[in-house]
Write a protein that binds this ligand. Structure first.
Ligand code: F6R
Length: 596
């Protein structure tokens, strides 16, 4: 976060950092220009710890500063590794997101030149490299950026260059905005919302000179000026509030039906007709597609795995869901007619972005399904499907995941329609009804204490599924791990006898996802194998003779899948609370994973 202008900079920086807090971090700091020198305060721990330190030794009234919340990569979590970092003279300060991959070589070079390095971070090196060179700050930063390999968003201030910040981007996001009298920079537009209605986004290989009322952007390569487009900033700037729900995770879990209605609005009519032309997805595009490759990570990948099942089943269109982090290194061709679909809540996940760029190089058209239409993944795609799930603050995804499932079902239906084999209108009309059914289901949904206690005390929890339910099992397992830190794993039910059954005893709950009734008979046998060994068995969907049967009020496959996700999401938070875990920001995790 950066600020130049008449307001007290410390307040603006802390206000912006608070709005980025939900992304996860482990330390925080600010640097302020103070009459020819730099005031620096950095603290390991929550922003609150930094605020307490600032209350004890109040910062100067300054009109230029930068701030940062760090998520440790190089160097442990400590005050001295927290950003901002300064050069030897303490006159230049920098903050950095990303990883500088040639840091070892740069460090040796700087040490041999006599620089005093005070942290173990790769980031600090940039401050010292800026001491060298000729020209003004922009020229120096562009020289330094060219020497750094890896990914970065860098924001720099120099006390000798008042009223000016300089930022450069390679891969990690930067949003910038200005009014006549002030300028703001942040790694996400949400941090700018209290002060600005629109902003520009730096693209890769761009450097920005930022002054009140004036933002100039240049190509890093040759320093040619670039005209940038202003994008609206969503939200009214009010600090989001979890209200009666206590945590954002519970709030977002409960507000899913609203998000589901929003993603369908204008795309699915009462007659069961799908129209994605508002997203630029026309029938002729869909007809030309021979194969779909989904690229995503985490929960977003699970939504894609469900879509692969659906495309195979109802459209007979070959599709695969690829772990984006593997795709770039393992794929060197794509069949002609391949549509790459990048699915990402944040639109900034670096693995997904890298996979998207690779797919493009291999000749694919790219469609992005994102919850952030101004994000990098959206800007680099040919088509953008906005999920409209609303802001998701909890690090663990709930409504973004289920909204992705609906968006992908709409895409499946559009493929089917374009190929003259439309889904039965009754199925799509039923999809429109799911939010209302879910509201009633959610308001009555409670999990028994003995299940929560069993999971909270378990050495591990096993999730099972077949077909679409395997992706649901994976999602249930991921949620439980993230929130409660209980070790868990998802298996295809058929795999159980081939090894994992050795893990099962009376301490290991086994949760079977059974939202597709076609697999009920086989799932019943798998569950019986586990309960015969004393496991606490849970069935979600079809009746399987489990210790706990959680039936769902819808039988249609997609409707049952969406409803089946809800008890899994609830189980994760109930177990996490029973174990005293923080809910919205699980340890070690970040909301927007912008490092590989
Ligand atoms: C799980 C979760 C993560 C994300 C993953 C991809 O609850 O939130 O697994 O799904 O990091 O993030 P996006 O969707 O932003 O690309």
């Amino acid at each position: 976060m950066g600020y130049v202008g008449p307001k007290p900079a410390a307040e603006v920086l802390l206000g912006g950092l608070k709005r980025l807090e939900y992304r996860g971090y482990d330390s925080a700091g600010i640097a302020l220009a103070d009459d020819g020198s730099i005031f620096l305060q950095r603290k390991a721990g929550a922003l609150r710890v930094l605020e307490e330190a600032l209350a004890k030794s109040p910062p100067p009234v300054s009109h230029m500063g930068i701030g940062h919340t760090r998520w440790a990569t190089h160097g442990g979590v400590s005050d001295h590794n927290a950003h901002p970092h300064t050069d030897c003279s303490g006159e230049i300060a920098i903050v950095h997101n990303g990883i500088i991959e040639n840091a070892d070589d740069l460090r040796l070079e700087l040490l041999s030149q006599g620089h005093i390095l005070r942290s173990e971070t790769d980031s600090e090196l940039v401050a010292h490299m800026l001491e060298h060179g000729k020209g003004d700050l922009r020229a120096r930063l562009s020289d330094v950026a060219r020497r750094c390999e890896g990914a970065y968003a860098l924001l720099v201030m120099d006390v000798h260059q008042p009223d000016r910040l300089v930022a450069v981007r390679r891969t990690s996001p930067i949003a910038i905005g200005a009014t006549e009298s002030e300028a703001f920079v942040a790694s996400g537009a949400i941090a700018l919302a209290p002060w600005l209605g629109e902003c520009i986004y730096l693209d890769d290989g761009e450097i920005a000179d930022i002054r009140p009322g004036k933002i100039e952007v240049f190509r890093l390569e040759d320093l040619q000026p670039i005209a940038k487009t202003l994008h609206p900033i969503e939200g009214d700037g009010a600090m989001p509030d979890a209200g009666e729900h206590g945590t954002f995770y519970r709030k977002e879990l409960m507000e899913q039906p609203i998000a589901w209605r929003r993603v369908m609005a204008g795309r699915l009519d009462e007659l069961g007709q799908v129209d994605l032309s508002q997203d630029g997805i026309e029938e002729n595009l869909l007809r030309a597609v021979q194969r779909v490759v989904f690229l995503a990570m985490g929960s977003s990948l699970h939504a894609c795995q469900m879509a692969v099942e659906r495309l195979a089943d109802v459209v007979a269109l070959p599709a695969q869901a690829e772990l984006a982090s593997e795709f770039r290194d393992t794929r060197n061709f794509l069949e002609p007619g391949t549509l790459a679909v990048a699915v990402s809540q944040s639109g900034e996940t670096i693995d997904t972005l890298a996979a998207l760029r690779h797919a493009r190089q291999l000749g694919a058209n790219v469609l992005a399904l994102v919850n952030a239409p101004g994000s990098t993944i959206a800007r680099e795609s040919d088509y953008v499907f906005d999920l409209r799930a609303g802001f998701e603050i909890s690090v663990a995804s709930t409504k973004a995941f289920t909204t992705q499932v609906i968006a992908l079902e709409l895409l499946t239906a559009a493929f089917a329609q374009a190929r003259q084999r439309p889904l039965p209108p009754a199925d799509l009309q039923a999809l429109r009804a799911v939010p209302t059914v879910a509201e009633d289901f959610l308001s009555a949904l409670r999990l028994p204490k003995d299940l929560i206690d069993a999971c909270a005390a378990a050495p591990g929890v096993i999730f099972l599924g077949r077909g679409q339910d395997l992706s649901l099992a994976r999602e249930g397992s991921l949620k439980l791990k993230e929130l409660s830190y209980v070790w868990s794993e998802a298996f295809a039910a058929g795999e159980l006898k081939h090894g994992p059954l050795a893990l099962v005893d009376q301490r290991v709950p086994v949760i079977v996802c059974a939202t597709d009734p076609r697999h009920a008979v086989k799932l019943r046998s798998s569950l019986a194998e586990a309960t015969a060994r004393g496991a606490y068995g849970v069935a979600i969907g079809s009746e399987l003779g489990a210790t706990l049967q959680l039936s769902l009020p819808l039988k249609e496959r997609i409707g049952a899948y969406l409803l089946g996700a809800l008890p899994l999401q609830l189980l994760a938070v109930d177990v996490a609370e029973a174990r005293g875990c923080p809910i919205d920001q699980p340890r070690n995790l970040a909301k927007s994973v912008t490092v590989e």
